[in-house]
Design a protein around this ligand. Structure first.
Ligand SMILES: N[C@@H](CCC(=O)N[C@@H](CS)C(=O)NCC(=O)O)C(=O)O
Length: 222
């Protein structure tokens, strides 16, 4: 199997954590995509994923799977023992609900803030997004407010339970963790009073699947 991604970026990090949790690292060949050069917006990459985003998984028979949740489902179910996406109907329902909330409230909002209200990944890539800078910045700032609301929501969840979707670690934890990684790279920190979220983040950083990766930060050109 191959994974097209960019090391250190939050959505690729989600899948790298999944691979480590599943003990699948050795089965994967990584192909690096240069986001700063907008390689993912060129025809060759768009044939792999029309959305023009990383990561993308390519199976040995050439099948292409993009979207973090879809890739996670595939990898988690490969050995018939899904530990990240739920075993029972109830677990699956709750994990997918919390996963969607983590995407909508954190991953998407911090991504919009980063690309629209800050210099993002630099001129070459950001030219592919809206050129109306003033409106962009306002849109980005509004998403930061949503992101901060999302942090408070997940803090309240983690006051009541150990992990994002209950008492077991799941893909929803990985998504929230990756969103916080992205936020830190964009200079956005967890508010001091979100103590449950901070404690949870410290605990997740200690997981073997995360520990060796938590030092990876997004590197900016120039
Ligand atoms: N919904 C997608 C999001 C993937 C995504 O946004 N990846 C980022 C890297 S962290 C990307 O490719 N960004 C490039 C861009 O937005 O141009 C998923 O779950 O895989």
């Amino acid at each position: 199997m191959k994974i097209y991604d960019t090391p250190g970026f939050p959505n690729p990090a989600r899948i790298r954590i999944v691979l480590a949790e599943k003990g699948l690292d050795a089965e994967i060949e990584f192909v690096k995509v240069d986001l700063f050069a907008a390689e993912h917006k060129q025809e060759a990459f768009l044939t792999l994923n029309p959305a023009g985003t990383v990561p993308v998984l390519e199976l040995d028979d050439g099948t292409l799977i993009s979207e973090g949740v879809a890739i996670t489902e595939y990898l988690d179910n490969l050995d018939g023992d899904p530990i990240l996406t739920g075993k029972t109907a109830k677990e699956k329902g709750i994990i997918h609900m919390m996963q969607k909330r983590a995407d909508a409230q954190l991953i998407e909002t911090i991504g919009i803030y980063f690309h629209y209200a800050t210099p993002g990944l630099g001129e070459k890539l950001e030219a592919f997004k809206s050129p109306e800078w003033v409106a962009r910045k306002e849109w980005g700032e509004r998403n930061l407010v949503q992101f901060e609301r999302g942090l408070r929501y997940f803090n309240s969840v983690l006051i009541a339970q150990r992990y994002v979707a209950g008492e077991k670690f799941s893909m929803a934890d990985i998504t929230v963790y990756a969103a916080l990684m992205h936020a830190a790279a964009a200079g956005v920190l967890i508010p001091d009073d979100c103590t449950a979220l901070r404690t949870w983040q410290e605990n997740i950083s200690e997981r073997p699947s995360v520990k060796n990766r938590s030092g990876q930060v997004m590197e900016f050109p120039g």
